[in-house]
Write a protein that binds this ligand. Sequence first.
Ligand SMILES: Cc1cc2nc3c(=O)[nH]c(=O)nc-3n(C[C@H](O)[C@H](O)[C@H](O)COP(=O)(O)OP(=O)(O)OC[C@H]3O[C@@H](n4cnc5c(N)ncnc54)[C@H](O)[C@@H]3O)c2cc1C
Length: 496
Amino acid sequence: MPDLDVIIIGAGVAGLTCGCLLAQKGLKVLIVEKNQKVGGCCSSFEKEGFSFDLSVQSLGECQEGGRIWNLIKKLDLHDPIRFIHLEPAREYHFPDQKIVQSSQLETHIENLSKLFSNEREGIAQVYEVLRKIFDEFSQIPSNLNWFDPSSFSSQYPFLSKYKDKTFGQLLNEHLSHPFLKTILSIRCSYGLLPPEEVSVAGMAGIEMSYFNHGVSCVEGRVEELPLKMGTAFEKMNGKIFQEKEVEKIIMEDRRAIGIRLKDGQEFTGKVIVSNIDAQRTFFTLLGEDQIPSGFRSKLKGMKPSLSYFILYLGINGGLEELSVSNNEVFSDDQLSEEYRALYENRIPNGAPFYLLAPSRVNPSHAPEGKSTLCLSMKAPYHFSRGWDQKMIDDLSQYLILKASVLVPDLNKRILVRAEATPKTIEKWTGNFQGAAYGWAQIPGQSGILRLQRATPIPNLFLTGHWTSPGGGITAVVASGELTAEAIWSKFERGEF
Ligand SMILES: Cc1cc2nc3c(=O)[nH]c(=O)nc-3n(C[C@H](O)[C@H](O)[C@H](O)COP(=O)(O)OP(=O)(O)OC[C@H]3O[C@@H](n4cnc5c(N)ncnc54)[C@H](O)[C@@H]3O)c2cc1C
């Protein structure tokens, strides 16, 4: 008899979601995590009295009826986890204009329609396509692994029609004003892709998971969400190993039968779930000889998302000068230029950046009379100038200088600083080259074409941002739920 029903490799939000839901069904579940705490990308850290969230700044679907709200209700976590609704969601600062984005879709469409009155219909049509795709995608059953293209196109007409299209193509079909297209394209950067590369399906997930039940942040530190999920999991008799790295998935008769840890311990399970980097799962933990050649070549040809350089600052004084906590600052409206440089492993002059002021909404992040800031920009892993301390200092100075336009005298106010490069993110999460959102959301890797949760190994499943639907906390919660549903239905049918 195997030691466990289910072994989950990695305690990211997806692994925890999947683990909690299966433990709630009464299965014997073990989650193995290499770090000293659970949460993966969704973690926080402390420095000299300041508290910083490593990466995640805002979440979708946390208000009543949203996916995350429903999950924490199901796990009975509403008391310990609370959310702060962000309205407006963010501000975009262009050299001559500021655009305020609402977290309510109808308000957002109305605001844009007032600015571009000739394009009212086109704006509504773009969001209607995104909404339809998002709704269709949410209806796909968890066990869909392969599909019959003819019945698929009648059941999911929008997903079918836009399967190969980019968001840039959708914008060109419905809109004409270049600056309006730029505004609608800003959130493509949440897939770390320009509009002419990000898929319509990818953008539907990025946009609608935010507009569906608003934009929120966790009250306190963002890691409260995974930490409390971990506690709930243990209360349901789930077991978590922390600071234990899985180095091998053990195979027998072409089935995954267990895991081996770096310290040599072995555990067997009826089902193995990987919440970690997909290439590492298949090429390192399994071994190339264990996977069918077609699947192997598919994996080798896939493109991961880009990563970030992040500067965390603890500063003196409040941040009354900012009207919202989430800001994005642009030197011009040529969003695609930035990617040309990033693909050549450079960060361009005048690169746009995010300016987040977490303590503005979460005062507990900073001591009395002080504040936190998080400045970040897209960054290549193989930076042509290398990620040495001199480079990190130069980029930090660039961000501080640029941010001073919104936060005067910033340089003089800094008390504490810390930085994260793509290499830091890779080290912490194990994600290939620090990829922030798993595979890039390009047409061939999005929607129904994204890597499936079921794999060619019958009892090995994936969950998290390397599989469907993709990156972001709401999406990986969906992924964890769908993986759990697919596994549970097999247990119910007596297949394990
Ligand atoms: C800088 C940045 C900013 C972001 N901002 C946002 C945001 O504002 N909003 C949003 O919704 N999303 C955001 N995201 C994306 C979001 O954080 C991720 O898509 C999501 O957290 C991924 O969750 P996951 O469960 O798939 O995996 P991960 O969080 O990657 O977790 C994987 C876990 O597996 C563990 N692991 C790896 N290898 C092993 C091994 N061999 N053995 C055991 N354990 C292992 C890792 O330590 C990790 O804990 C951001 C991401 C980044 C990097």
